[in-house]
Design a protein around this ligand. Structure first.
Ligand code: NAD
Length: 294
């Protein structure tokens, strides 16, 4: 119970920080209505704050009821919480119907909910029951979100669908097989569905972020490195990138999301926006600089 409370406090602290980072207001999304799965924390929460600051009304769909309600309250009157487990198609369907009945429309569906995978790294030890569970959330949940958003977007002949993939879906060796495969599937889903929905004027895109020390990653890191303190773990995650002087943050994803769902990206569809400081674009041999070699 104590560790659960500590986890919630940690998540709430991070949320306030990310909210502060997205205080620039504007009207890019004025009149738009967005539904964000996994919107109670991390990337989803930063994006919800960003969308609201740009004029949207946001419904946060999350499996964590207490945190979701708290986040919606913190975000103000333009945010609402709806309980939703993305593995249950009826929950997704209800979340879409709830949004439409509250705001009369759904312009933006952000399928962002996802979980890490805690199985051993070798394929030989792959736990297929865990594999199924992760696929249920990270892949089937995304498919269900797109299905039900399309149901209400197609008749209106407009809409923007966004998903959170990952650099681990682009490149081998960055995460355990199950998680990597689930994120590769998200990139594939986006391309496949974009091919159909283009004829209705609906755009479908995804974002592939690099590692960010959200609760999701911190929980995984503390399992891999037991006993190492949080500050050191955050440092390890933020130093893992290649772009000097900066690191990937939830607000970077929120900015990319804002671009992709707004009219600035009106001709962008089937795209995977890779947010990795160049990490997956080139090889990192790790040789010392020539002047360091005697
Ligand atoms: P997070 O843990 O803060 O957010 C994940 C959210 O999804 C949580 O609010 C959680 O309650 C929710 N969720 C989990 N299972 C759910 C379910 N069955 N139904 C509804 N909601 C559910 O972590 P985050 O980093 O913000 O993760 C958001 C997305 O970003 C995930 O899809 C993750 O795979 C992806 N991602 C994260 C990173 C990273 O390094 N943090 C990098 C690339 C991609």
């Amino acid at each position: 119970m104590l560790s659960k409370n500590v986890s919630i406090s940690r998540a709430l602290l991070a949320q306030s920080f990310y909210r502060l980072l997205s205080t620039q207001t504007g009207s890019k999304l004025k009149g738009k209505v967005a539904l964000i799965t996994g919107g109670a924390s991390g990337i989803g929460n930063a994006t919800a704050a960003k969308f609201i600051n740009k004029g949207a009304k946001v419904v946060i769909a999350n499996i964590q009821h207490q945190l979701g309600q708290h986040t919606a309250k913190e975000l103000g009157t333009n945010a609402t919480f709806v309980a939703c487990d993305v593995t249950k198609e009826s929950d997704i369907s209800n979340a879409v119907d709830f949004t439409v009945s509250k705001y009369n429309q759904l312009d933006i569906m952000y399928n962002n909910a996802g979980v890490p995978c805690k199985t051993p790294p070798s394929i030989v030890d792959l736990d297929l029951a865990v594999f199924d569970k992760i696929m249920d959330i990270n892949v089937r949940g995304v498919m269900a979100g797109i299905k039900h958003a399309s149901r209400v977007m197609i008749p209106r002949q407009t809409g923007s669908i966004l998903c959170t993939a990952s650099v681990t879906g682009l490149m081998g060796g960055l995460a355990q097989h199950t998680y990597s495969v689930s994120k590769s599937a998200v990139i594939g889903i986006v391309k496949s569905v974009a091919a159909e929905l283009c004829k209705y004027g609906i755009r479908v895109n995804c974002i592939s972020p690099f590692a960010i020390p959200t609760k999701f990653v911190m929980d995984e890191m503390s399992q891999i490195f037991p006993g190492v303190d949080d500050r050191r773990l955050v440092e390890m995650v933020t130093n893992a990138g290649v772009l000097e002087g900066t690191s990937c943050e939830p607000n970077d994803v929120a900015n990319a999301a804002l671009y992709l769902v707004s009219d600035d990206a009106k001709y962008v569809s089937g795209h995977n926006l890779v947010l990795d400081g160049g990490f997956t674009s080139f090889k990192h041999l790790g040789f010392p600089a020539p002047d360091e070699v005697q």
